[in-house]
Design a protein around this ligand. Sequence first.
Ligand SMILES: Cc1ncc(COP(=O)(O)O)c(C=O)c1O
Length: 388
Amino acid sequence: MQNMLQNNGKQLKSKADVSGIENLIRATLKKHKSPFMMIRRCVLEKQYLRFRKCLPEVTPYFAIKSNPHPLIVKTFIRLGASFDVASAWEMMNVLRLGATPDRIIFANTIKSVEDIITARKRRVKMMTFDNEPELYKISEHYPGAHVVLRIKVENQGSVVELSLKFGADADSAIHLIRKAKSLGLNPVGLSFHVGSQSKNVENYLQALEISAGIFKESKDSGIPLRIMDIGGGFPIQHFDNEIGINFERMASQIRKQIKMLFDRKVKFIAEPGRFLVGPAGILVTQVIGRTFRNNKNYYYLNDGIYADFSGMVFDHCKYEFKTLRRGHKFLSALAGPTCDSFDTLSMNAEIPELYVDDVVYVKNIGAYSSASAVANFNGFPPAKVILI
Ligand SMILES: Cc1ncc(COP(=O)(O)O)c(C=O)c1O
């Protein structure tokens, strides 16, 4: 009985949530032309506070590659976040918006000379590396920089694999840390990335164990490290009924591991992207054409794979397509507006029958979507980002 009440309560709440979101979409459509990406400020705040609450000893450096929109960056500056940047362009972006250099990590293990010089000029001291040639480059153009060694760790079960291209073997860590020191750099810590949308907490636990071993070895060889960067990868729910994602539980296991393996003086940081901005985004598109082919209804939307659904390619992401119509659902195809068959979004979306101008929207699409959209391919502009 108790359960039934709870379930009913949940259902009522989720129905209220749905109608709240749909009313918001209707209201916004009166003011803005679609496609648009609504970013809900209250959700950015909620996710940031959730991260802080669940991992209080870990300082979040928002990975702005997930969505560099200035209003999002400003929101995180106001909340007191730090930033992970991948290039001088991103660095200048967050600095211009008011972040201070001491709150930035240049977290790309391969940096151009020009970008290293920009970091020096802008006093962004902390940067990652994972190989010796990079150390020579940094030491020449930014002597004394604070370098963080990124190690390769398991990415098992993560949707986006990041260890293929980055990370030094743990076996070579001490050699690289010593090398950094001998070149006049300041080796301050370690970092890893377990892969994006990592539902598997074991990746973090194992990576922390390996890192703790390197911390000890480095201390024993006279180079104590003080920063442990646990990267990004924290997963979000993309579908309403998706199971197996529980950030709170994951964070509590990570905390336990940190407490068990590391000295209290070690400073922990992380580079969450998707977790902070993904749930805040709702993409609103409209049907611009429809036809019946291959035995199903095809609906052509005014946004597609080259623009705000680019995450289907680059982020390996799948989305839940929703409409404002109710009624019997049919297996239908959804496609973007460009003259390319590749621009097909789904061959089996379960949706009611739609007409031209009807809305198709997707929740939890704030990360790796507009960030990787191509401007004006075939003349179709990406969605306007609206912070609400
Ligand atoms: C170095 C680095 N840090 C952080 C992130 C953000 O990861 P996520 O969005 O999974 O939190 C990425 C994503 O590619 C990355 O490459």
